[in-house]
Design a protein around this ligand. Structure first.
Ligand code: KG4
Ligand code: ZN
Length: 344
């Protein structure tokens, strides 16, 4: 276990993207994503279709990742996979594939929590320096909105989370009301660039402490848009940039406000943003501004590591490998999986 260089093959299949990566310690040698266009026509992820697509895409995706890594199969030291949280059928496809690979190669198996993967993506070798422990992380994805106090690569304390919907889900549902294609987050982001964020005033939740709520905002967006469509049926299209800018502005201000409050209580020098919504240009800019105002360092992953990808799973697995944390072939998937508190 004291080899200097560890090569990990990682597989991610928790939602609608099949992804495989090969890492050499903190460095990504290859990353291959097969995204599933099939969900677009349904305006959201259809779990059964997602599992079927994973079945189809898994073999070629892993094969290509191995080929592009330039490594031989025998040079792989461990096989990692996403154990949860996520869609059960989708998780099962990746898990069984990873187990078969680990068994066939006679290498250890490492199950990773998807949310820990998002957070540890900050340690993938890139342009910037990684955050220093302890740090304060804001995870914003399609299914989660969490503030996490991270004291080492295995210890994650959730200090605030959403009581209902996630921020990514709010972007996606608002986009659906606007008849934009799925996933809606990137579409709203794109249109918001041309709009005025002060044009529409959507509800701001008043939730105590560090928790979040987005269901009231979602309802407010729905009522406002329905009324607008009734009163100005031919103006929706031309108002899209203003509507999107206002929706984005409200979601971002909720997130930044809680991050600010968390910083009052947790003495972090580094703050990190993770999850698919960290690709949002408005959120990225506001997060950097917040760090500047508070005199802390902001870390935002490069776009490729913001949305779901296997490189972040490989990165999290690397820390588990170094700590000697391996999983038996009998390890189950967990559709609902809490963040770990392992200690390092
Ligand atoms: O982390 P992720 O890839 O998958 C989950 O684990 O949920 O996050 C997906 C979410 C979707 O809701 C998607 O709309 C959102 O991230 N997203 C964005 C942007 N890119 C992805 N939301 C706002 N702006 C973006 N640029
Ligand atoms: Zn994710």
């Amino acid at each position: 276990m004291n080899k200097d260089t560890i090569h990990i093959l990682a597989i991610e299949s928790s939602c609608d993207d099949t992804s495989a990566a090969v890492l050499s310690n903190h460095r990504v040698l290859s990353l291959v994503n097969a995204s599933q266009e099939v969900h677009r026509e349904f305006g959201g992820v259809v779990p059964e279709l997602a599992s079927r697509s994973h079945q189809k895409n898994m073999m070629p995706t892993v094969h290509l990742a191995l080929e592009r890594s330039g490594l031989n199969r025998s040079e792989i030291d461990a096989v990692a996979f996403t154990r949860g949280p996520g869609l059960l059928g989708s998780l099962l496809v990746g898990t069984h594939f990873a187990k078969s690979m680990a068994w066939a190669l006679n290498r250890p198996l490492i199950g990773v929590n998807h949310m820990e993967g998002h957070i540890l993506a900050h340690f993938i070798e890139g342009k910037g320096v990684p955050p220093e422990f302890p740090f304060l992380n804001l995870t914003v994805s399609g299914g989660h909105t969490q503030l996490v106090w991270v004291t080492d690569p295995l210890s994650f304390q959730v200090i605030g989370e959403t009581l209902d919907d996630a921020a990514g889900e709010t972007f996606d549902k608002a986009a659906k009301l606007l008849h934009l294609p799925y996933p809606g987050g990137p579409e709203i982001d794109r249109l918001a660039r041309e709009g005025n964020p002060k044009s529409f005033d959507f509800a701001r939740p008043h939730i105590p402490e560090l928790d979040f709520s987005f269901s009231g905002l979602k309802t407010s967006i729905r009522y406002t848009l329905e009324a607008f469509e009734r009163e100005h049926p031919d103006k929706l299209r031309e108002s899209l940039p203003d509507i999107c800018a206002s929706i984005q502005h409200r979601i971002v201000s909720i997130l930044i406000d809680k991050m600010n409050r968390a910083l009052d209580r947790y003495p972090a020098r580094d703050i990190t943003l993770s999850g698919g919504v960290s690709a949002n240009s408005g959120l990225r800019a506001a997060f950097e501004k917040l760090a500047e105002n508070r005199g802390v360092r902001a870390h935002i992953p490069p776009f490729a590591y913001c949305t779901d990808n296997a490189a972040m799973i490989g990165m999290a697995a690397y820390f588990r490998y170094r700590a000697g944390l391996f999983d038996p072939l009998s390890t189950p998937v967990e559709a609902r999986m809490p963040l770990g508190n392992g200690g390092f």
